[in-house]
Design a protein around this ligand. Structure first.
Ligand SMILES: [Zn+2]
Length: 207
């Protein structure tokens, strides 16, 4: 389990910032892990601010809500840059669903960490096609700490790191539809993608 560094908050020590990334597939417990770390920071009497992309409108607008309803209030932002102003005076900044921000999130996180803020970023590392998702790979590169959490494959019970889309939609952002996804391990993800490809090919040959 991740134990946070002390962060140099003592006397005579300049405030130390850093970046943590919590990544994984859907149903892997990313948001739960983000919330766990933020609650510990609150216990340590640190000023905590939580953000998420404004487009993620599942459940409540103002809360980071994980699938087990263990939630913390958050602020939706349209642009990553807004966090630079909104997070002024915070010791710890949490960012949920980070994969939906554009590449400017990387520079925003670096700036926050450089000015002494602890930044905890949670997001999907891969999209439903198994490709690295948005700013996540670069964030993992610049972070001091990277934690990859895993789900359980619904097909075989192995450890899962892929989000398999059950529905046919090709839209990368399919929100509020966790039913449309399954956590799968590598072989079961590959088998599912092959099945889909065969189905699509037969559909095309009918027209
Ligand atoms: Zn499997």
């Amino acid at each position: 389990m991740f134990i946070e560094p002390r962060g140099g908050h003592g006397r005579d020590v300049p405030r130390r910032g850093w970046i943590e990334v919590v990544c994984g597939s859907m149903f892997s417990g990313k948001t739960e892990e983000l919330i766990r770390r933020l609650k510990r920071a609150k216990i340590a009497r640190q000023r905590v601010e939580i953000f998420k992309p404004a487009l993620d409108t599942r459940y409540h607008v103002e809360d980071v809500v994980s699938h087990n309803a263990n939630s913390i209030r958050s602020t939706p932002v349209a642009l990553a840059q807004e966090m630079l102003l909104l997070a002024a005076g915070s010791d710890v900044v949490g960012i949920d669903e980070a994969q939906f921000f554009d590449e400017s999130l990387i520079d925003v996180c670096v700036q926050l960490a450089n000015r002494g803020t602890r930044v905890i970023v949670a997001g999907l590392d891969m999209d439903f096609q198994g490709q690295p998702f948005g700013p996540m790979p670069a964030l993992m590169a610049v972070a001091e700490f990277v934690t990859k959490v895993h789900a359980v494959c619904v097909c075989c019970g192995e450890i899962a790191s892929y989000s398999f889309r059950v529905s046919a939609s090709e839209d990368k952002i399919l929100l509020g539809e966790t039913d449309a996804y399954e956590a799968r391990c590598r072989p079961c993800f590959l088998a599912g993608m092959q099945e889909k490809a065969i189905l699509e090919a037969t559909e095309r040959s009918k027209h």
